[in-house]
Ligand binder design. Structure first.
Ligand code: ZN
Length: 174
């Protein structure tokens, strides 16, 4: 029988935790898609009668299926669709936004999409956009922010988002 000393045990625990995180991110994404299946794809992603910008953002989304929504379509902090989505469209598309954030994808400009996610979703938990989310669905958003903090803290520090990730987690837990 192999016996490990304390240092080896600590190393093994760290290794297991690291492997667990890798496995958990992809299963977390699939669980999240399932959790938001209560939202059907809406006819329009934004309130097209509101203004020209809303109509433009709806055209940008172009009725795409949620898994096919691309970083190109989502845009950037300066010009992007996510804060224009209706409550129904938010529920339908948010698993894709969570997926792009927790898997560390880049936005249209090549910056980490998670910064945009923290800004427009993380720091707006009280927005009308999220009014249709159940407690369980809100918890999934909160968990996605926790994954960002656990897995990408170095990247967040580099982009000066380390305070905002804490603020976002606080918003979605309270
Ligand atoms: Zn508008």
């Amino acid at each position: 029988m192999v016996s490990h000393n304390k240092a080896q045990q600590a190393d093994l625990r760290r290794l297991c935790a690291a492997l667990g995180e890798i496995v958990n991110v992809s299963s977390f994404v699939e669980t999240t898609y399932n959790l938001f299946e209560s939202f059907d794809k809406p006819e329009h992603a934004t309130n097209i009668d509101h203004c020209e910008e809303c109509r433009d953002h709806n055209d940008e989304v172009n009725g795409v299926n949620r898994r096919d929504l691309s970083p190109e379509q989502i845009g950037t902090v300066c010009w992007g669709i996510s804060s224009f989505l209706t409550p129904q469209a938010t529920g339908y598309y948010i698993p894709r936004l969570i997926e792009l954030a927790v898997t560390g994808q880049d936005d249209k400009d090549g910056d980490p999409y998670m910064c945009l996610f923290i800004n427009q979703i993380g720091l707006n938990s009280e927005s009308e956009q999220f009014s249709l989310l159940t407690n369980e669905q809100r918890l999934a958003v909160c968990n996605s922010l926790g994954i960002l903090k656990n897995s990408y803290i170095q990247l967040l520090i580099e982009h000066c988002w380390e305070d905002e990730i804490d603020n976002a987690i606080t918003q979605w837990t309270t």
